[in-house]
Write a protein that binds this ligand. Structure first.
Ligand code: ARG
Length: 438
């Protein structure tokens, strides 16, 4: 069951046959493969390379195969080398000799390049939708929980922020990812069909016609590159790696925040799991899995780069290795984005715990220094003064706002009773450009 064999004196080694076959994983490209073949056949007929009746017979055969695969009447199994072989041999079986004309002026090299571009383009569009779904969930959950909370640097309490603004940081990250995906999708949108094996064809084909029919901006500009370019898979896997890096950071926050040490959030039961021995446990497995799966997607990016780095032009079988890596990256990232949308949409945010946490850790120390600056003290001096106030508060086990005006004035005569309103946490967020965080 092969598309080749004429020049061989011996059968292929059985183990080699399995080793070489990509059908178990490229069968997922059946729709792209059949759609591409239909465009090819229409073009062959429009260019007078095959007759109209031949075109119609092939189109009808291909439509039947597509219909039967989708209905389950034709299952994607058997000892085929790849999805191209499966479709072509079934076509010949169904419509007879005329089916043998399908592959005129085409190679599996431009065929697979086309299938993968069509697949990647569609997945990029779906990826964008999933990203937008998570972005919307982050915005909703942020807006529903406009609480003040500690912001951190070095995981040490730093300054007051709001939960909404915190979620907004992830909106910014994922919005950049949307643009990365759009950009990769835009760059890949050229048709490799018609490059044939590597050197075009002597038939008078029309690459513009097939490119247009399949919604590509134009045909690729170079045959050698067209059949052996996998940049777009690497670019999309790079964008997906960036997405996973962002999701992993978000997950790390949620894992920390849902711990007893923070208690800022509670992950919904629907996205948590328990322990087989410790009855009290509720574990943030969804987030841990997403954090863990980031490694898997990064691995695929490295794998694709390494596969491609040493191959001469044009097509080489090494490139068949692109599929499982890209498919698994897509499946993994899609699942992670869907799960995270659920986690964020159902997240319980504890505004009371967050507000209490803001009160310890001197999160308004910077604003005390800003206050002194507003009273004419140079910032570097103000910084030193507040540092000494913090030591005094640590000794007294109190917050800066708990000190009396007399106590404060021992550190600087610039303090007056307006200090208390100035460093009140709710007021702080209304000052300067901090308003943006509300
Ligand atoms: N299965 C191949 C791949 O995934 C495509 C077919 C090209 N085969 C060939 N013998 N030139 O890259």
């Amino acid at each position: 069951m092969k598309l080749w064999g004429g020049r061989f004196r011996k059968d292929e080694n059985r183990m080699m046959e399995d080793f070489n076959s990509s059908f178990s994983f490229d069968s997922r490209l059946y729709r792209e493969d059949i759609t591409g073949s239909m465009a090819h056949v229409r073009m062959l007929s429009a260019c007078g390379i095959i007759a109209q009746e031949e075109r119609d017979a092939i189109l009808e055969g291909l439509e039947g195969i597509l219909r039967d695969i989708e209905s389950g009447a034709l299952s994607l199994e058997g000892e085929y080398e790849d999805i191209h072989t499966f479709v072509e041999l079934h076509l010949i079986e169904r419509i007879g000799e005329v089916g043998k004309k399908l592959h005129t002026g085409r190679s599996r090299n431009d065929q697979i390049a086309l299938d993968m571009r069509l697949y990647a383009r569609e997945k990029a569009a779906e990826l964008k939708e999933l990203l937008l779904g998570l972005i919307a969930a982050l915005k909703r959950t942020g807006e529903a929980n406009p609480f003040i909370m500690p912001g951190y640097t070095h995981l040490q309490r730093a300054q007051a922020v709001t939960f909404r603004y915190y979620m907004d940081a992830y909106v910014s990250m994922l919005s950049r990812d949307v643009r990365r995906v759009e950009n990769a999708s835009d760059i890949l949108n050229e048709s490799p069909l018609g490059c044939a094996a590597l050197a075009g064809t002597t038939h008078g084909i029309d690459r513009n016609m097939t490119a247009k029919e399949m919604g590509f901006r134009r045909p690729v500009s170079n045959f050698l590159d067209g059949v052996s370019d996998r940049d777009y898979l690497i670019e999309l896997t790079s964008a997906m790696s960036m997405i996973m890096m962002h999701l992993s950071r978000l997950c790390e926050e949620l894992i920390l925040w849902s711990s007893q040490e923070f208690r800022f959030v509670e992950i919904d039961d629907a996205y948590s799991t328990g322990s087989s021995i410790m009855p009290q446990k509720k574990n943030p497995d969804a987030c841990e899995l997403v954090r863990g799966k980031s490694g898997r997607v990064f691995g695929h990016l490295q794998g694709l780069l390494t596969t491609m780095k040493g191959i001469p032009l044009a097509y080489n079988k090494d490139m068949q290795e692109d599929k499982q890596a890209f498919f698994d990256a897509v499946d993994t990232v899609f699942a992670c984005l869907s799960i995270m949308t659920g986690v964020i949409s159902t997240l319980r945010v504890r505004g009371d715990v967050m507000r209490d946490s803001v009160k310890s850790g001197f999160l308004n120390a910077t604003e005390v220094a800003d206050y002194l600056v507003s009273k004419g003290v140079a910032f570097r001096d103000a910084h030193g003064i507040v540092g000494r106030i913090v030591i005094a508060c640590e000794d007294k086990k109190c917050a800066i706002e708990d000190l009396s005006l007399d106590e404060l004035r021992q550190f600087s005569s610039a303090f007056d009773d307006t200090i208390y309103a100035y460093i009140d946490y709710e007021n702080i967020l209304k000052k300067g450009n901090k308003k943006e965080m509300l």
